[in-house]
Design a protein around this ligand. Structure first.
Ligand SMILES: Nc1ncnc2c1ncn2[C@@H]1O[C@H](COP(=O)(O)OP(=O)(O)OP(=O)(O)O)[C@@H](O)[C@H]1O
Length: 487
């Protein structure tokens, strides 16, 4: 039998391998020890005995293994029959990497255990261990950073079923599917930031960071560093080590630029370059960093006017204005008021306070105010009124006090409410209302009945029945849709 043929005889190969393995491990190990069924030392090599302070191995024979090797776990291996393939043993000089194996007789009974000290050069491993440890620390801090930078809101948080709100949500949902820049336009407090969070949450970048930067809130001198970060040594003092900018932190995710209209012109040029070239340079560095961020910008100022006045770059405006979404002020969607008030009052109750509801007169008053601070102002007003009221019902007087100065809706700009009900007949008015509500929900979900039913808080079958009764679909078509959606 030649060498190659002899390797095909598995039982022989196994025996040869066992012998080779044992010899290699034994020869290259720092020490070997064998114990019997009672964990008493049967054999130990001289080198190992000396490491544990014995003059010769003979002194160890017959002694319990722990009395020679403190911390030895050979007794555990004998008792459990489970090998310990890799462990660290604290030994007098340096820690040892050890392997412990049970020894069985021909019928599989445990008769003892053998231990090898594989090597004592743990120091050689220390750079590796340090690197591993620092990577673990980095991973933990990145994880917690990312957690802190997850979007806080989804589309479910954007309350409103007025036609205007449904249109805003429809456009925002659509934009989530693309990677183009979004420009959110609207007065302060209309929900632009909430929508930016929601778009990120619904986008393929949702598992990456959502990073906001408020251009108006940061002094101009610090904005560039905040944006692009700083290279090591670019500054003295605390930033000596260099600092990642928001662009870098948002890598792979979404960068929300709030109050973009307040961005200084020099920074506008640099942002334009990032959007065009998809790369940037930290302050004080010569190194270009690739940038992969989706930009959502928001402003409450008239950007077109700013372009005309020369305070905002036209080319940047066009870059950002790929998907513009106008978020109308609250006074133009007063039909959202009941749902908004209910959601806000529910939320206040969750903060451990009692539940409040609005008296009809108080609800009427809310419809007569112009809400210059929009939903943020509404939230503050309701919170203030709830805090000051002992009754479960908030009356007109307490809401009036909470608003402070009522700003009447301007007659020149009448509220853009839902189309008025065009009949005095209660039954017909209800049908018209239902038709419009269901139509809007279906439009919002591109005709998807299941999704529309969820939005409306109705069961799917109930919605089908209503759609047939209201003449939105024919009986035959309803059953067809129903069947397809159930498949
Ligand atoms: N449609 C909505 N449904 C529920 N809450 C809303 C809605 N719109 C806004 N809010 C709430 O109103 C407050 C203000 O919203 P947000 O900060 O998103 O407005 P903004 O338009 O970004 O304001 P600013 O321009 O001042 O930054 C937040 O508490 C937000 O959760």
């Amino acid at each position: 039998m030649n060498d190659a043929d002899s390797l095909k005889d598995y039982p022989r190969v196994r025996l040869a391998a066992i012998r080779s393995l044992f010899e290699i491990v034994e020869q290259s190990s720092e020490g070997t020890i064998i114990v019997d069924r009672e964990a008493r030392i049967v054999w130990m090599n001289e080198r190992y005995a000396r490491r544990f302070g014995l003059k010769s191995a003979a002194e160890a024979i017959g002694r319990p293994c722990e009395s020679v090797i403190p911390g030895s776990l050979l007794r555990e291996v004998v008792d459990s029959g489970t090998p310990m393939l890799l462990d660290v043993l604290d030994a007098p000089k340096d820690p040892l990497v050890v392997m412990r194996l049970p020894i069985r007789d021909d019928v599989g009974e445990i008769i003892g255990a053998i231990g090898f000290a594989l090597f004592d050069e743990l120091k050689a491993l220390s750079p590796l261990l340090t690197r591993y440890q620092s990577m673990q620390e980095e991973l933990a801090s990145t994880r917690s950073l990312l957690q802190a930078r997850q979007a806080k809101y989804s589309f479910a948080h954007f309350i409103g079923t007025s036609a205007a709100s449904l249109e805003v949500k429809r456009r925002a949902r659509r934009s989530a599917a693309t990677d183009s820049s979004v420009l959110l336009l609207g007065e302060t407090g209309t929900g632009k930031e909430l929508l930016a969070h929601a778009i990120h949450s619904a986008s393929p970048r949702a598992h990456k960071a959502f990073v906001s930067i408020n251009t108006a809130a940061i002094p101009e001198s610090l904005l560039e560093a905040e944006f692009f970060g700083t290279a090591p040594g670019a500054f003295t003092g605390a930033d000596r080590k260099g600092r990642a900018g928001k662009l870098q932190i948002a890598q792979g995710g979404t960068l929300f630029l709030d109050e973009i209209g307040d961005m200084p012109l020099p920074l506008q040029s640099k942002l334009l370059r990032v959007l065009q070239e998809k790369e940037f340079e930290p302050v004080g560095s010569n190194e270009m960093i690739r940038s992969d961020v989706r930009v959502i910008a928001a402003t409450s100022c008239d950007l077109e006017a700013a372009v005309r006045q020369g305070t905002f770059r036209a080319d940047l405006y066009y870059r950002l204005n790929v998907l513009p979404i106008e978020v109308p002020p609250l006074r133009e969607r007063l039909d959202d008021l009941p749902a908004l008030c209910e959601a806000i009052l529910d939320e206040l109750q969750q903060d451990g306070r009692r539940h409040h509801e609005l008296s009809p007169a108080a609800a009427g008053l809310l419809r007569r105010h112009a809400w210059p601070g929009n939903i943020r102002e509404l939230r503050n007003v309701l919170e203030r009124a709830a805090l000051q009221s002992d009754d479960a019902q908030l009356d007109e007087a307490s809401v009036r006090v909470a608003i402070g100065r009522i700003e009447p809706l301007s007659p020149a700009a009448p509220a853009r409410t839902e189309p008025a009900i065009r009949t005095d007949n209660f039954h017909q008015a209800r049908l018209q209302f239902e038709r419009e509500l269901i139509g809007a929900a279906l439009a919002e979900h591109g005709g998807n009945v299941t999704a529309a039913a969820t939005t409306l808080g109705l069961g799917r079958s109930t919605l089908y029945k209503k759609m047939v009764a209201l003449g939105i679909v024919s009986d035959v078509r309803a059953s067809l849709i129903k069947e397809t959606s159930l498949q």
